[in-house]
Design a protein around this ligand. Structure first.
Ligand SMILES: *Cc1c(COP(=O)(O)O)cnc(C)c1O
Length: 435
C-alpha cells in the first residue's frame, strides 16, 4: 500500500473536512525553506509549517543537539527532578524576555501553555484571598488553541461554536485591527479602550486577567494592532490591578522583527506563553513564564496553594536541547539582524500587488506579511481560500490562506529571490480569480 492508501484508511487530519479535501501530500524530506515530496515535487514552505519553523528545516546544529541529547538523557520525571537542558533553557529565556518575567513553567504545546496561564491567573487571586476574581477578558478574533480553556479564551475566533457547551464565560473586547493607510485606527483604539473602561467599571472587581495575542492576531487573519494601543491597554489594567497575559505562541522568537512582540511593543505582561518557534519547529514544547510576584503567591505550607498542573513529558530534555540549540543559532547566524531584510523584501513584493483590484488592507510586521482578497464571502471558510491554496500547491508554494486573507510567514533563511518568486506567483493567482 502507498503512503496515501495508508493515510486514507487510518489517519484523521487536523482542521480538515476529509470528505471534500484533496489527499494529504506525502513529504519525504525537507531542507532550509524547501519541502521534498515523495512524488518528486518541491514546495517552498512560506508558512514555516504552521508557524513553527524558524531557521529552516533540518538545520544541522539543532538536529545534532537533539541526537546528542537522545544518547545522554531522553526523558526524566520533572517533579522532584531537574536536568541541565531545562535549567539552562529557563535561564536563557529569562535573559531574553522583558525584565521581570522570571519563572518558567514547561508544558507541551501552545494550547497547554495557555491553559497553564489561565490556571495561574485564577489561582494567583485565590491564593491572595480574592477568589471572586474569576472572569477573563479576551479579544474578538483572538485564538489561543484548541483545548477547552484555550477555546474559551479564543471563542472570539469563531471556530468553536460547536463546543459552546464546554466553554466558560469570557468577555470579548473589540480589536482595533489596522493596515497600511488606515485612517480610522485611532477611532477604533479609542472605542476599544472605552469598552474596557465600561467593563472595568461594571466588573473590574471580579476580573482575573486579560489575555491577548500582542501586535498580531494570527488565526484571525494576521490582524495587526499598534504598540501604542497595547501600551494604553496595559496602563489601564495595571492601574486597575488586573493581570495581563500575552499569548506569544505565534509572535515569539523573532516573528515580529524583535525577539518578542512584548519587547517590540515595550509592554511587559505578568504572564507570557511561548511555543511554536521555541524549539525552532523541531519538537513540541512550550513554556508559560510568570513574574516573581505571581510565583510567590503559590508558596506556602500546603499543597493546595501550589499549581496543580503537569504533563508526562514536562520539560522533555530533547525539546530543551532543541530550544537551546535554536538560541545558539540566533547568535551564530545573527538571525535578528536578518529580519529587517525580510520585512523590506515583503514590502517590495507587496508593492507589486498593491494596485491589484482584488488586494486590500496590506500589512507587514517583521517576517509576516498579509493582505485581504476582495471577496463576497470573507472569513475562514471563504471559498477563495481553498481555490488559492490549490493554485499555490500546483505552483510549488506552501501557502495556506486564512479564508480570504493571504499571508506569508517564512522561515528566516528565506532569500530575496524566493520571496520575489512567491509574490510573482501570487500575482498570477490573483489574475486567475479575475478571469
Ligand atoms: C497556534 C497557537 C496556539 C495553539 O498552539 P498549539 O501548539 O497549536 O496548541 C495558541 N495561541 C496562538 C496565538 C497560536 O498561534
Amino acid at each position: 500500500m502507498t503512503i496515501t492508501d495508508l493515510d486514507r484508511c487510518h489517519v484523521w487530519h487536523p482542521f480538515t473536512q476529509a470528505q471534500t479535501a484533496p489527499d494529504a501530500i506525502p513529504i519525504r524530506s525537507a531542507k532550509g525553506i524547501r519541502l521534498y515530496a515523495e512524488d518528486g515535487r518541491e514546495f517552498l514552505d512560506l508558512i514555516s509549517s504552521w508557524w513553527v519553523n524558524i531557521h529552516g528545516h533540518a538545520h544541522p546544529t539543532i538536529a545534532a543537539a537533539i541526537a546528542h541529547q537522545a544518547h545522554t538523557l531522553e526523558q526524566v520525571i520533572f517533579a522532584g527532578f531537574t536536568h541541565q537542558p531545562a535549567a539552562q533553557l529557563a535561564h536563557e529565556l529569562v535573559q531574553r524576555l522583558p525584565a521581570g518575567l522570571t519563572r518558567v513553567f514547561f508544558s507541551d504545546d501552545g494550547s497547554t501553555a495557555v491553559e497553564v496561564a489561565l490556571k495561574m491567573a485564577l489561582q494567583y487571586w485565590r491564593n491572595h484571598g480574592e477568589g471572586q476574581r474569576t472572569r477573563f477578558l479576551a479579544f474578538e478574533g483572538g485564538y489561543h488553541g484548541d483545548t477547552v480553556g484555550a477555546m474559551s479564551a479564543g471563542k472570539g475566533c469563531g471556530f468553536f461554536d460547536t463546543y459552546g457547551s464546554l466553554l466558560f464565560e469570557v468577555g470579548l473586547l473589540p480589536y482595533p485591527a489596522t493596515w497600511d493607510g488606515d485612517t480610522e485606527v485611532e477611532a477604533k483604539e479609542q472605542a476599544a479602550l472605552a469598552w474596557l473602561d465600561t467593563y472595568l467599571a461594571d466588573h473590574g472587581d471580579t476580573l482575573a486577567a486579560v489575555i491577548l495575542e500582542p501586535l498580531i492576531q494570527g488565526s484571525a487573519g494576521m490582524r495587526m494592532c499598534r504598540p501604542a494601543f497595547l501600551q494604553a491597554l496595559a496602563a489601564r489594567l495595571r492601574a486597575a490591578g488586573i493581570l495581563l497575559i500575552f499569548d506569544e505562541v505565534m509572535t515569539g522568537f523573532g516573528r515580529t522583527g524583535a525577539m518578542f512582540a512584548s519587547l517590540k511593543a515595550q509592554v511587559t505582561p505578568d504572564i507570557i506563553c511561548l511555543s511554536k518557534g521555541l524549539t525552532a519547529g523541531f519538537l513540541p514544547m512550550s513554556v508559560t513564564v510568570a513574574s516573581e510576584t505571581i510565583y510567590a503567591a503559590f508558596l506556602g505550607d500546603s499543597f493546595d496553594k501550589s499549581l496543580v498542573h503537569g504533563h508526562s513529558f514536562t520539560a522533555n530534555p530533547l525539546g530543551c536541547a532543541a530550544a537551546l540549540a535554536s538560541l545558539q543559532v540566533f547568535e551564530d547566524e545573527q538571525t535578528l539582524a536578518k529580519l529587517p531584510h525580510i520585512e523590506a523584501w515583503h514590502r517590495q513584493g507587496l508593492a507589486t500587488l498593491a494596485a491589484h483590484p482584488l488586494v486590500q488592507r496590506v500589512r507587514v510586521m517583521g517576517t509576516i506579511a498579509a493582505f485581504d482578497v476582495v471577496a463576497a464571502d470573507t472569513g475562514y471558510t471563504s471559498p477563495i481560500g481553498a481555490q488559492l491554496k490549490a493554485f499555490f500547491h500546483a505552483h510549488g508554494l506552501l501557502l495556506r490562506p486564512l479564508g480570504n486573507v493571504v499571508y506569508l510567514l517564512p522561515p528566516y533563511c528565506v532569500s530575496e529571490a524566493e520571496l520575489a518568486h512567491a509574490y510573482a506567483t501570487i500575482a498570477i493567482a490573483l489574475n486567475t480569480l479575475c478571469d
